[in-house]
Write a protein that binds this ligand. Structure first.
Ligand code: BGC
Length: 347
């Protein structure tokens, strides 16, 4: 593991980069600001390494663009909560309204801006664990939450693990918000990537505010059907209301089978394939529809649909939808969530 200074936060806290690599040419860098994945180098079909995640070269970049969540850990709750409020054990909790009337990714000053402790570094297993104590009442949520997030670089994958426990009943729905571009972070559009998603259903949104209707709809005969691999761009601009609301894909897909890969994504130029597995019930497939002009790493400019996210999660607004699996974390229970992204070459 190589540790180097990245910079300091606005409040003067020291920020570091931690880099791990293996014999197969995979290399990942993470940082204690936001427990963020800053770089992920993967060999392409010619053996040249490409950095396949979007990010920033400076701490200021992460601070100034915190609403993009490039590579960040999101907590306590990923995605949206309608009217920024929920009820738990008979008490109504009010959160910040940072997305119209709703709460998105838990609001400003979220976990993406916190400086996390480094709890352990395991050089033999290429693994680092960050830890955060989120006080009772933080962001409006009940209970003091202890959250550990680990990144491990294995032979051909990165494994992100979350372990959480709380002093009171609360909700916990963490995710990693990496924007992937398997052609390289500075390679332009992702619409020619090919994608297969093992998801027969998705949760439609009511309107452009993106709160789910509460239904679980079949993808059959809609542009949401990725069960057979197709390019992301094939139907993205159809006049299908769900795509119009979100300006592309920005939807939660219901995963069919948690024991198998739920996604297979291929970079059209690089031949890099990424497969993903998780034990969380859904994935937010987001095609970077709200990116317009962001100055990123190596002076790259990230524009509309130049990165895509596969954010594993409980369904959006699950805390307010009784038919969705609950993100409730009971007092003193310990939960473990895991998402693995595996890299291969397209043959
Ligand atoms: C959301 C998008 C949002 C993006 C960045 C995604 O998880 O679904 O609507 O624009 O995060 O905040």
């Amino acid at each position: 593991m190589n540790q180097e200074k990245f910079g300091v936060t606005k409040t003067g806290e020291a920020v570091f980069l931690y880099t791990f690599e293996n014999e197969n040419g995979l290399k990942m860098t993470v940082s204690n600001i936001g427990a963020v994945l800053t770089n992920l180098w993967v060999p392409d079909k010619e053996g040249t390494v490409r950095d396949v995640v979007l990010g920033f070269d400076t701490v200021e970049g992460y601070e100034a663009n915190d609403d993009l969540y490039l590579g960040s850990t999101i907590g306590r709750n990923a995605n949206r909560i309608a009217n920024a409020c929920f009820e738990l054990d008979g008490v109504v909790y009010q959160l910040a309204k940072n997305d119209g009337e709703n709460n998105l990714h838990s609001g400003k000053a979220g976990y993406q801006l916190r400086v996390w402790d480094v709890k352990t570094v395991d050089e033999i297993n290429n693994k680092i664990t960050f830890s955060l104590i989120s006080p009772d009442g933080d962001q409006g949520y009940p209970g003091e939450l202890t959250l550990d997030v680990s990144y491990q670089l294995t032979e051909n994958s990165i494994v992100i693990t979350y372990q959480g426990s709380s002093s009171k009943d609360t909700i916990l729905n963490p995710t990693n918000h990496s924007y992937f571009n398997l052609n390289g972070h500075n390679s332009g559009t992702i619409i020619n990537h090919r994608l297969q998603l093992q998801a027969s259903h998705f949760t439609p949104m009511k309107d452009s505010q993106a709160i789910p209707t509460g239904e679980i709809l079949s993808v059959e005969q809609t542009p949401m059907d990725f069960r057979v691999e197709k390019t992301i761009g094939e139907e993205i601009d159809q006049a299908y209301s769900q795509l119009v609301y979100a300006k592309g894909y920005d939807h939660n897909f219901v995963l069919d089978n948690l024991t198998k890969d739920f996604a297979r994504l291929t970079g059209d130029q690089s031949g890099i394939v990424m497969e993903a597995t998780t034990n969380l019930p859904g994935v937010q497939f987001y095609t970077g529809n709200f990116m317009s002009h962001t100055l990123g790493k190596e002076a790259a400019v990230y524009r509309f649909r130049e990165g895509l996210c596969l954010e594993t999660q409980y369904f959006p607004n699950a805390v307010n939808e009784s038919q969705f699996k609950t993100p409730l974390l009971k007092k003193e229970e310990v939960v473990n969530y895991q998402t693995r992204y595996t890299f291969k070459i397209d043959k």
